[in-house]
Design a protein around this ligand. Sequence first.
Ligand SMILES: *[C@@H]1O[C@H](CO)[C@@H](O)[C@H](O)[C@H]1NC(C)=O
Ligand SMILES: *[C@@H]1O[C@H](CO)[C@@H](O)[C@H](O)[C@H]1NC(C)=O
Ligand SMILES: *[C@@H]1O[C@H](CO)[C@@H](O)[C@H](O)[C@H]1NC(C)=O
Ligand SMILES: *[C@@H]1O[C@H](CO)[C@@H](O)[C@H](O)[C@H]1NC(C)=O
Ligand SMILES: *[C@@H]1O[C@H](CO)[C@@H](O)[C@H](O)[C@H]1NC(C)=O
Ligand SMILES: *[C@@H]1O[C@H](CO)[C@@H](O)[C@H](O)[C@H]1NC(C)=O
Ligand SMILES: *[C@@H]1O[C@H](CO)[C@@H](O)[C@H](O)[C@H]1NC(C)=O
Ligand SMILES: *[C@@H]1O[C@H](CO)[C@@H](O)[C@H](O)[C@H]1NC(C)=O
Ligand SMILES: *[C@@H]1O[C@H](CO)[C@@H](O)[C@H](O)[C@H]1NC(C)=O
Ligand SMILES: [Zn+2]
Ligand SMILES: [Zn+2]
Length: 477
Amino acid sequence: MLTAARTVAAVVLVLAGHPRTAEARIGTFWHVTDFHYDLNYTTSGDPKKMCWDTRDVSRSVGEFGDYSCDAPFSLLTSAVNAMKRFKSNPDFILWTGDDTAHVPNDYFSTEVVVNIVANLTDLIASHFPNTPVFPVLGNHDYYPKNQMPVGPNRLQSEVADLWKKWFQQLEGHEENVYDSFNSSGRYVADVAGSKVTVVALNTLIWYKSNNETALLPNTSSDGLDPDEQFSWANKLLTELAKKGRKVYLVGHIPPGTFERYQQERKGFHWYQPRYNERFIQLVQQHAHVIEAQFFAHHHTDSFRLFFEEKKNQEQRIPISYQLLSPGVTPWRSTLSEETGANNPGIRLVYYNTTTGKVVDVSTYYLDLSAANLEGRAEWQLEYNFSSTYNLMSLNPVALYEVAKNMKANRTVFDLYYRANTVGLEDPEKCTEKCRLLHYCAITEMNYSRFYDCNNGVRPSWRVALAVVPFLLVLVAR
Ligand SMILES: *[C@@H]1O[C@H](CO)[C@@H](O)[C@H](O)[C@H]1NC(C)=O
Ligand SMILES: *[C@@H]1O[C@H](CO)[C@@H](O)[C@H](O)[C@H]1NC(C)=O
Ligand SMILES: *[C@@H]1O[C@H](CO)[C@@H](O)[C@H](O)[C@H]1NC(C)=O
Ligand SMILES: *[C@@H]1O[C@H](CO)[C@@H](O)[C@H](O)[C@H]1NC(C)=O
Ligand SMILES: *[C@@H]1O[C@H](CO)[C@@H](O)[C@H](O)[C@H]1NC(C)=O
Ligand SMILES: *[C@@H]1O[C@H](CO)[C@@H](O)[C@H](O)[C@H]1NC(C)=O
Ligand SMILES: *[C@@H]1O[C@H](CO)[C@@H](O)[C@H](O)[C@H]1NC(C)=O
Ligand SMILES: *[C@@H]1O[C@H](CO)[C@@H](O)[C@H](O)[C@H]1NC(C)=O
Ligand SMILES: *[C@@H]1O[C@H](CO)[C@@H](O)[C@H](O)[C@H]1NC(C)=O
Ligand SMILES: [Zn+2]
Ligand SMILES: [Zn+2]
C-alpha cells in the first residue's frame, strides 16, 4: 500500500518535473558553434603577435576580431549577449564545439584546453542559467588536436564535470547522460515539453585526421565501428521510432564534402570513407525518425541532403537534411580558394514541439569590419531561411527544390552563396566551377558520386559506365 502510494507520488513528481505531454507550440533554440577562443588576442604591441594566425596581418587587428584570426573574448561576449537580446528564453541551446584557437599543439596541454572549455561554459551558463544546453566537443577540443581516443579519457571526464550541471538537468533514456558522455563523448536526451530527442554523436572518432582510429585496420571490428557508435545509434534510433520520438542528430564534424575546397575535383572530406558510408546508411535506415540534423565545423552556412537509395539516380527521393551552422570565429580557412573567412554568425531555430519540424531558421550576424570601425558590436538579423527561399517549413523535399533552383537560377544561388560566408563574400567571385562544387557538396554525400557530380558526370552515365566491363567481356568471348 505504502509502496503503491510512493509509486504514484513518484509518477506525479516525474510528470510535474518533466512535462511529457507536449502542448502544440512553436518553440525555439539556439545553435551556436566554433567559438575558437584565442586567449592571447590583443590589439596592442607588435601586429605580428596580436593573434595566433598572422599569415597576412601586417596591420593592427580590431577590437572584435580579424578575418585572419580566431575570436577574442570580446567577440564571444558580444555573441552571447546577442543571443540573450534576440531570444533570452529559448527552449534549449545546441553548442557544437571547437572552443580553442588554431594554435600549434606546443602551446597547449590538456589543462589549457579544459580551462578554455571552462571559460566558454561559464560564459554560456552565466547568460542562460536556466536554459538546458546540449553540448558536444569539436576536434579542437582535444590535446593533441584531433587525436580524441576511443572511449574514456581524462579530457572527456574533466569536461563531463564542467558540464555536469547541464547533464543532470537533461532527461536521458536507458543510460544516464553524464555517464554516457563521460565514457564515450556521446549521449541521448529529450527536449522537455516536446517530442524531440537529441542524439549527440561523438564525430571525432570518425575524423580521418584522428590517428586513434585512422590507423585501425579496415578488417577489425574496432576499425569498422569504433566504440560501437554506429551499432549504438542504430539500436537507439529503432527504439526512439517505436516510442514515437522525433530525433535531432547533432554533431561537430559533418559527413560529406567541404563545399569551399576547389583545389582538387575529388573535393575535401573529413570522415574516413568507411565511416562516411556507414553514416549515410544509418540515415537511410532511420530517416523516418530523424527529423533534422545539426552539424558544424565548416564555419560556413550550408546544408546537406540524403536520398533514398534508388537504382535510377535521377528519380531519387530526398529523405533527410542536415543544417551546417556558421561559426562565431571569423578565422580564414586555408582550404578555401576564396576568402576562406566569414562574418561571425549564430542561429535561432523555430520548431514545432509536437512534430519536431523546423519551421524557420533566423541567422544573426556581426559585420566584423563595421564593428571594429564603430567600436561597437551590433549583431543583427542576417536572413530568415523560410522567406529567403520561399518555404513553409524545412524538409528534405523542399530543400532539394532549393538546391535544384540554386543550380538552375543564379539569383537563387547568389542568395545561398552570400549566406555561405555570413554576408562576407560577394557572390560574383563564385565562378560556374565554384557553383557546381556547392551544388554537388549539398546533394552528394557519397564521395564517389560527389566526384562524378563535380566532374559533370550525369548519374545515368555512371550506370552506363558500370555496364561497359560486362559488354567488353561479352565481346571478348
Ligand atoms: C504543429 O504541427 C501539427 C501537425 O502538423 C499541426 O497540427 C500544428 O498546428 C502545428 N503547431 C503549430 C503551433 O503550428
Ligand atoms: C599565450 O601567451 C603566453 C604568454 O606569452 C604563452 O606562454 C602561452 O603559451 C600562450 N598560450 C596560448 C594558448 O596561446
Ligand atoms: C579562463 O579561465 C582561466 C583559468 O581558470 C582564468 O584564469 C581566466 O581568467 C579565464 N578567462 C576568461 C576570459 O574568463
Ligand atoms: C568518468 O570516467 C573516468 C574515466 O575516464 C572514470 O575514472 C570516472 O570514474 C568516471 N566518472 C564517474 C563519475 O563515473
Ligand atoms: C598519423 O599517422 C600518420 C601515418 O602514420 C602520420 O604520418 C601522422 O604524422 C600521424 N599524425 C599524428 C598527429 O600523429
Ligand atoms: C581502408 O580501406 C580504404 C579503401 O579501400 C583504404 O583507402 C584505406 O587506406 C584503408 N585503411 C586502413 C587503415 O587500412
Ligand atoms: C556510394 O556510391 C557508390 C557508387 O555509386 C555505390 O556503390 C555505393 O553503394 C554508395 N554508397 C552508399 C552508402 O550509398
Ligand atoms: C524572421 O522569422 C521569424 C520566425 O518566423 C519572424 O518572427 C521574424 O519576424 C522574421 N523576421 C523577418 C525580418 O522577416
Ligand atoms: C530566379 O529566381 C528569382 C528569385 O526567386 C526569381 O525572381 C526569378 O524569376 C527566377 N528566374 C527564373 C528564370 O526562373
Ligand atoms: Zn572549427
Ligand atoms: Zn572542427
